[in-house]
Design a binder for this molecule. Structure first.
Ligand code: NOJ
Length: 562
């Protein structure tokens, strides 16, 4: 396996709006992040991924870009951004920007011009289609609700938007669009960044006929078949690689919802020069019922989760490729509420998940607050929600008569809404969790009195201290980075166990995903004489090295094998 800095990095994702507010307007900002660079250093991370900070009307919190070369006013200006980059680099922390290539804001100059006239040279930057005002051109559903087609009164035509109607899709089949995008990416690269996270990048190539689709996909949306991993996708990635990444030591990370195994293995095949790693979605979508994120989650079994992790490791390693590993981000519920037990075993289960993230193969991505074991939010009314996806879906369901009030979807929203992950970072137990001196743009989780950086720093056994230890261990034992991944106990419904092996080194990760004690013999071939416990989240009891040992509820152990 070829050595690369981005394989060895531990990534920390910052959602700037919710990280730290320096000027009291209730919205996190770039100077606010600068105030916390010491914290990032203390945690031990190597790379920051910054969610979009470009000028935007904020229909989708920055994923609707109005100007790719300007910083959003609420976040500061280009000088603040440059200062942040310098502060990070001074501490040896790299920075990647979030780039949004699939769509712009409808307030973007290109869209404004394109809407004006059929003869505009920008017309073909987007998907404009003639049609009957009453009937959309095909049956595709927008991921944020409704049809993907919006009738534009000014243009008297439809335009396509896979996300909100304020996010028109760019037409990547137009070479001018591609060269503009590469130019912008290079403009940022020249400022000294270390790479990009590429938003829904496997959606950029659409089937030329935009045909109807009759089956609903995992988000409850029709149409995905005709734009996920679309017809020209590999050509576009190779072109982007050549135009932007080829002569730089920068990383290209694709966000690839619904990616197929076949396409995914090609995206990360180093010999094809496409992307360096991808975020696949199977482990966050596998237990959704048909109809998408809002219908009750079905019960799931640990073997299903293990199978997904193992499968994707095979898919990528078949071509010598690499994984981006994550358990939460700004679009997903809080990890401990999603996969752990945020009530009785919050600390322990967050530590189990942290151990999974940091010791399974791939580059680990930590989402802000995850390192504290932050949880979902107890929403009680729609007025507390800010996320366009949640609000659109709620309004749509109401309009269709599927629900009458918030209470009917309260438990789903508490489980799934993206706003669960977007409540402010909890720095202190004080007012607004130390996030802002003003009125926060979204409520602070009431559990900030127990869960906050101040408390976690003081407590030796906290989730935060556990992350720090894991990060150190990863740096010390390169087998955790480059070692082969070998699952064990694959049929077990409580224990997630695997080996990492390279040359003469090996580690064993054993994670109890249940709230019960679990008695277990060491897997065959592993001798008690040759194990060394590197880390565990419970006090030692003496049985840790016996042939038969009991794993306590949500116990995590990392062994080194001789
Ligand atoms: C994926 C981003 O992570 C999400 O936050 C955004 O809403 C969509 N892409 C659309 O840009």
């Amino acid at each position: 396996m070829k050595k690369e800095w981005w394989k060895e990095a531990v990534v920390y994702q910052i959602y700037p709006r919710s990280f730290n507010d320096s000027n009291g307007d209730g919205i996190g900002d770039l100077p606010g992040i600068r105030e916390k660079v010491d914290y990032l250093d203390y945690l031990g991370i190597d790379l920051v991924w910054l969610n979009p900070v470009y000028d935007s009307p904020n229909t989708d919190n920055g994923y609707d870009v109005r100007n790719y070369r300007k910083i959003m006013d609420e976040f500061g200006d280009m000088e603040d951004w440059k200062d942040l980059l310098d502060d990070l680099h001074d501490r040896g922390i790299r920075l990647i920007m979030d780039f949004v290539p699939n769509h712009t804001s409808d307030a973007h100059r290109w869209f404004q011009k394109s809407r004006k006239s059929k003869d505009s040279s920008y017309r073909d930057y987007y998907f404009w289609r003639e049609g009957d005002e009453k009937e959309p051109l095909n049956n595709w559903d927008s991921i944020f609700g409704g049809s993907v087609w919006e009738w534009d009164k000014e243009a008297r035509e439809y335009y396509l938007h896979l996300f909100s109607r304020k996010q028109p899709d760019l037409n990547w089949d137009n070479p001018d669009v591609r060269s503009e995008i590469y130019e912008i990416m290079n403009w940022w690269m020249d400022k000294g960044i270390d790479g990009f996270r590429l938003d829904v990048v496997n959606f950029i190539s659409k089937h030329p006929d935009l045909p109807d689709e009759h089956n609903k996909g995992p988000y409850g949306a029709r149409g995905t078949k005709y734009y996920v991993d679309g017809p020209n996708i590999h050509d576009y990635f190779q072109e982007m690689n050549k135009e932007v990444f080829a002569d730089r030591d920068a990383v290209a990370i694709g966000e690839t919802p619904l990616v197929s195994e076949e396409a995914g293995s090609k995206y990360v095949d180093p010999s094809r020069n496409e992307l360096d790693m991808i975020f696949q979605f199977d482990h966050v979508t596998f237990d959704m019922k048909e109809g998408g994120s809002w219908l009750p989650q079905r019960d799931w079994q640990l073997t299903e989760l293990k199978e997904i992790f193992t499968r994707w490791r095979k898919v990528t390693s078949n071509t010598g490729g690499w994984n981006a590993t994550y358990l939460s981000n700004h679009d997903q519920p809080r990890m401990v509420s999603r996969f752990g037990d945020d009530q009785d075993f919050r600390r322990e289960s967050a530590q189990v998940l942290a151990t999974l993230l940091m010791t399974i193969s791939g580059t680990p991505f930590i989402y802000q607050g995850e390192e504290l074991g932050m949880t979902n939010y107890p929403f009680t009314d729609i007025s507390e929600l800010r996320d366009v996806q949640t609000i659109n879906k709620f309004n749509e369901m109401k309009k269709q008569g599927k629900i009458n009030n918030f209470d009917e979807v309260k438990s789903e929203i508490r489980l799934w809404s993206r706003d669960n992950a977007r409540t402010p970072m909890q720095w202190t137990s004080g007012e607004n969790a130390g996030f802002t001196d003003g009125e926060p743009w979204i409520n602070v989780n009431p559990n900030k009195s127990e869960i906050n950086v101040g408390a976690e720093k003081k407590d030796e056994d906290s989730v935060l201290q556990f992350y720090r230890k894991l990060i150190d261990l990863r740096k010390e034992h390169k087998v955790l980075i480059y070692g082969d991944y070998k699952p064990i106990l694959e049929e077990d419904e409580e224990i997630f166990g695997f080996l990492r092996e390279e040359n003469n080194e090996a580690t064993l990760t054993m994670l109890n995903f249940s709230s019960e004690n679990k008695k277990l013999s060491l897997p065959s071939g592993i001798s008690v004489d040759g194990v060394d416990l590197l880390l565990s989240n419970y006090p030692l009891e003496g049985t840790e090295f016996s042939e038969e040992t009991t794993f306590r509820p949500y116990e995590a152990r990392l062994y080194k094998l001789e």
